[in-house]
Write a protein that binds this ligand. Structure first.
Ligand code: PLP
Length: 396
């Protein structure tokens, strides 16, 4: 057989995708996924908007479109989302509409990362981006995290030592830990990027899923030299299946990413961009968030209460103010992949062993787990945690 390209060396399907296959059993209460709740999708509204678009735009919306984005969506994003995040000086040339934030991340790496370039990543971090960066043959270097997210002293040390091309960071309700970087650290990251001239790839798919506390300004809002590229997404606030994301950056960077996208998929689907655009223009986003956030709050609260009630005291966990994940650590340790096997087969409950979110799963995060709280109703969450808690206590 013809050999695959070197860039695919060592890149296998995500272990998490394999775990997802275990979850097909409807009896299993799953804390393993990461999908937004399907009850959060505004199905009837999307149906009505779609009909309206097709009636009004006719065949136009079914034609090829421009790479930059469908007609007024970049402007609507600026007005209805970016300005509310404190990004007040954006113009259309700061925006590229992407196929989910996944494509924004990919295009950012594609235009900046050469084989062997160092990319610093939070440890642990989102597996999808680690895989993507590996396909660009980046040299990945972990940055330590504490309770508030990336440790800025460790970041600066690694920046000085490795002179990276890029730092990948999920500042708000991080996947997998649920941790959020404070305002001062956000500003420090922007200052370091300016001082040492590296790109900050700021991934923010969860920031608008805030259940309590005050919103924090994006790192991009502290960017005075254009080195921060921010990736946003409609996946968690509207629907992931629409595949609409937004990249925000300096016009020269956005231009380069646009050229890269031309040869990649020409443009994001016109129809789904038009749906996102109409949703914003009709002013539906605030009301929609007001509907879905209380549902997620109840699920998060059920998870935090259930962990405290049923897990051993040696299990410490994050208490995020938003997002979809709680991260836990069991002092003393336990074989988490073995626990997962027992959990799915005996207790009919699932989670993701935390080690898979590290660059070196054999050596890091052995005693950690990621628990997702968006997939089940509060009573099911409580029941699942009771089962999992029992199993952990028995295994100890
Ligand atoms: C941290 C992080 N970044 C990016 C993505 C990709 O999201 P999208 O659906 O916008 O491509 C996800 C999806 O779960 C994620 O957790």
């Amino acid at each position: 057989m013809v050999s695959f390209a070197k860039r695919m060396d060592g890149i296998t399907g995500s272990i998490i995708r394999e775990i997802f296959k275990l979850l097909a059993d409807p009896e299993i209460i799953s804390f393993g996924g990461g999908n937004p709740a399907k009850e959060s999708f505004p199905l009837e509204t999307v149906k009505a908007i779609t009909r309206e678009i097709l009636d009004e735009s006719g065949a136009g919306v079914l034609q090829y479109g421009t790479t930059e984005g469908y007609s007024s969506l970049p402007r609507s994003y600026i007005t209805h989302i970016a300005q509310k995040k404190g990004l007040t000086n954006l113009k259309e040339d700061n925006i590229l509409i992407t196929c989910g934030s996944s494509q924004g991340l990919d295009l950012t790496a594609r235009v900046f990362v050469d084989p062997g370039d160092v990319v610093l990543v939070e440890s642990p971090t989102f597996l999808g981006t680690l895989q993507m960066l590996n396909t660009y043959q980046a040299k990945l270097v972990p940055v330590r995290m504490d309770d508030e997210g990336a440790d800025i002293n460790d970041l600066e040390e690694k920046v000085k030592k490795y002179r990276p091309k890029m730092f990948y960071v999920i500042p708000t309700f991080q996947n997998p830990t649920g941790k959020t970087l404070g305002r001062a650290r956000r500003e420090s990251i922007a200052r370091l990027a300016e001082k040492y001239d590296f790109i900050v790839m700021e991934d923010d798919p969860y920031g608008d899923l805030r259940y309590r506390g005050e919103p924090l300004p994006p790192i991009k809002s502290f960017d005075s030299c254009g080195n921060v590229v921010m990736l946003n997404s409609f996946s968690k606030i509207l629907s992931p299946g629409l595949r609409v994301g937004v990249a925000v950056g300096d016009p020269a960077i956005i231009r380069k990413m646009t050229v890269a996208k031309q040869s990649n998929d020409a443009h994001t689907s016109n129809l789904t961009q038009a749906i996102a655009d109409a949703f914003l223009k009709k002013g539906l986003l605030p009301g929609h968030l007001a509907e879905i956030l209380p549902m997620y709050t109840r699920r998060l609260d059920a998870m935090l209460t259930g962990i405290d009630a049923y897990f051993p005291e040696t299990f410490t966990h994050t208490s995020p103010e938003g997002g979809l994940f709680v991260w836990g650590e069991l002092a003393g340790g336990l074989d988490m992949p073995a626990l997962l096997k027992a959990a799915t087969s005996q207790a009919k409950v699932a989670f993701i062993p935390g080690q898979y979110f590290y660059l070196d799963p054999a050596a890091m995060g052995q005693n950690t787990m990621r628990l997702n709280f968006s997939a089940a109703a509060p009573e099911r969450i409580t029941e699942g945690l009771e089962r999992l808690g029992k199993l952990i206590k028995n295994a100890l």
